[in-house]
Structure formats: structure tokens, C-alpha cells
Design a protein around this ligand. Sequence first.
Ligand SMILES: [Mg+2]
Length: 380
Amino acid sequence: MRIKSIKSAGLVGETPKGGWSEELRPDDSVHTLIAVHTDDGVSGYGSVFTSHKLVTAALDVLEPLYRNEQALEPERVSEKLFQNTFWMGMGGTLTHTISGIDIALWDILGKATGQSAGRLLGGRYRERVRPYCSLLMDEPEAMRAEIARFRSDGFSAYKIGWGPFGRRNDPGLDEAIVAAARDAAGPDAALMVDAGGSDAYWPNGLKWAVNTAEMLARHNVHWFEEALNQEAIEDFVLLRRESPVDIATGETLTRRQSFRAWFVQGALDIVQPDVTKVGGISEQRRIAWMANEFGIRYIGHGWNTALGLAADLQLSTAFPTCDFVEYIGGSAYVDGITVAPFTVDDEGYLAIPDRPGLGVDLDPDKVARLAPGGRDLFEP
Ligand SMILES: [Mg+2]
């Protein structure tokens, strides 16, 4: 089975806010769907966290390397694409685009063999996993209402992040937001906090992060994410030692090689690679297992699409200690592009599909609504 063509479609029109200081608008293109079509009629689908314009250019550059390649060998083909293009931008657009191709190739391997990707990745450690509902921070009363809304949908875990937190030089406001969220989520819910230290011109340093971690511990926060500037590895090492709350980061790192220094130096408790950026399922699996050797938990970053979530679900079942997946609250790109929507069960868990490949089906009509020219994605 050979790769015949690779198509892409950029999702626009309902791009969720990211909480960034230069805020995303609905028509900004930051998530792109990928289809890999084979000469055998089997097609696989993936997702890339970057603009459709960049993905289009990357596919053009990669085409001579993937054309007629084996469609049933995701890890080897993805590695071939990395090894032969690093000099054009190691870890950037090309790596993001390879991520989507790799996810699609795992989908194809599953469909061709009749097995779920999770089983092909080593086996199913669990049949369901807890999604945490990922929400932007807001003023305390708005935060309370937002969590209440998703609690009524069945979620039992939440992450709140970005927005005003840490950006107003007002520790009282920061604590009021977290207290309102805890109150709305209930004492038994898992609550995580994401400062968003990878935002442009993040203003806070180590002392702020240490003091804030102590505040978060008072509200039984499960982890503290992106508490520092994304490059400040030395301060992350110190923060991890001081913080009573687990320290999580890694969403902006790509390629397994970038994670090694963070693990060796002990800069984090929980590593959060994004499967739609880091290099795909093949790369994410290696990062998760490498983290495990250092006693670091793996929980993927999933601020992307239904296909990114589907890949995260398959990775979560194939990994013995992955007990959460990220689920963006209220995103059309997660809830509005597949034939069957994801549903949270009575105990706040998502079933992990055991159908061939990723185990989810894109709905061409729904994709066409959110992606100009989206029907072309499905044409080999
Ligand atoms: Mg984050």
C-alpha cells in the first residue's frame, strides 16, 4: 500500500479564543486537517496545529519524500521526513506538518490491519479516560458560570488558564478566580491551572510562580502549567523543587530531542507534548516512555481538534499511567467535525474507541462548513 496523495484543509470561522495577548479571531487559521490517500483506496486523517498556508507550503516541500512511500510504516516514513528536512526548519512548520501525516499513517495502519491505533502502539491499558475540560480564565463570576455550564455536561475535571491570570499584578484577583472555579467545580473535581507563560512578553518570574504555587495548593489544584517563560528551564528546575503542586509544561516543545534536557535536569513533574505539533503519534509515544524513565508523568496537550483528541485517546490507552486527556470546552473543531460527537459518561469519562485506526470518522459536510474547499480533503 503506497501513499498516493496528501491533502489538507484549514479550519476557520469558529477558531476559539486562545487567551493570547494578541487574541485569535474566528477566521484565523491555526488548525489544519490532513488526509493521506493510498493507492489501495484506504485513507487516513490527521491534524496539524498551524496555519493552512504553512501546511500547504510544507506539503509541497515534503512531497518528493513521501510520494509512493509505504503507507503502512508510520514511524519509518515520519523519521525519513524529519531526517531529510531538518535544515529547513528543525521543529517548526515542517515538524508540525509531519505530525499530521504521522497521525494519518497510524490511522491507515489501523484501518488496513483492522486494529485500533492504541493496540498497535502496544496495547490497551484502559477502556476509558477522564477528559479535563479546558477553559479560558475569566473574572471570578464569569469563571464560576462557565464551569457550572460544563459541569452540567458531565465533566468532572477542568483546567482554567490564560486570560487575566498573572497579567494584572493582582494576586488577590488570581486567587479569587481560582476560588470561584473550585467552588463551581466542587470539592471532588480535578482542577488544574495554566498561567500561559508561553504568551508574548510573559511578565512574571520565579518568585511569582513560587508564591502562586503555594496559593494553588490551598485550593487543591492538581497541576500548575506554564508557570514561567517557556524557555526558562533553570527556573523550572527551581520551581519544581519549591512547589507543593505538580509542575507541568512542554506544549511548545517539538521533536523528542528537545525534551531530553528538561527530563535530565528535572524541570517538570508532568510533560505535555502536543501530538499535532511534536512530530505525531510516533514521536509522542517515544517522549511519553522517555519521561517515564525519569519518573515524569505524560499527559498530552490537546488544544487542537477532534482528530488530535482521537490521537490522544489512542495514546492514553497505550500508556500505563496516562489518566487524563485535554478537551477544549465548546470548540466546533472538536465537537463539530465528526460523524458521532464525543460523549462524556455518567462518571465523567470518555470511552476510548476500539475500532480500526483512530476510531473516529470525519463528516465531510461538517468539515466543508468549517474549511473552505474542505470537500477536496476527501478526494484522493
Ligand atoms: Mg497550556
